[in-house]
Design a protein around this ligand. Sequence first.
Ligand code: ACM
Length: 269
Amino acid sequence: MKIAIVQSFPIYADSQRNVTTICKMIESIQADLIVFPELATSGYFFTDKNSLSPHALTWNESPELSTFQELSTQKDADIIIGFPEKEGNVMYNAAGIFMPNKHDSKVYRKTHLFYKEHEVFEEGNSGFFCVHDSKRDCTIGIMICYDWRFPEAARTLALQGADLIVCPSNLVTTLSGKVFPARAIENKVYVAVANRIGEESLGDESLLFRGESAIYDYAGERLAQASFGNEEIIYAEIDPKSTRNKSFNSVNDIFKDRRSSFYRWNEKC
Ligand code: ACM
């Protein structure tokens, strides 16, 4: 299975242009799975709901999302794209998972909100879930950016059967680069991170998005790595079935060896 990670530079508050660019890129990429960054249609640094709202899209209604769906079907590729989602008066930091068969497509709403995202988004209520690409026999789990700080996110997806965890991101730290390989090793899954580049300023505050998107195998080795600060597409071939045997010697199996009755604590301690 060939995966493509797009390290893009979304133009702030120009969703029309961003959607056009995304569509052109999808048309030019040959891969089974194509992943774009978090909020790739809108840009990131919104702190005012009225400014973000015109860029928010509604699942099963917005023509932009129908176009992504059509491209997925036409190209017979799974496509994952971060976008601001609107449901009634509420907005979520979301990622659309467009599968060739529309009925398999789903939207993930970011569980853990970062920093000033709290001012415009509600905390996601979709929970963590996987989708299954039956043609490529690959189970794909999805989380978004700051979800990386919570090992429970990747663990939940892995226990649900993920072979590959994808993480559309707008990362501003290098720390995550140390953590993603660990999530890959401890869960024996592939991990693919699509981070954006560029800088966005609001008032006297600016955020620098680092790029450095990467694809890791289940031993935490980098299969592909994008640069700091350049638009780029990186590719890797993965073998989803190879993640499923969680034993690493004749005795130990990282899932069967779990002793979840001991993974409890008293919140008051
Ligand atoms: C982030 O969650 N965008 C850092």
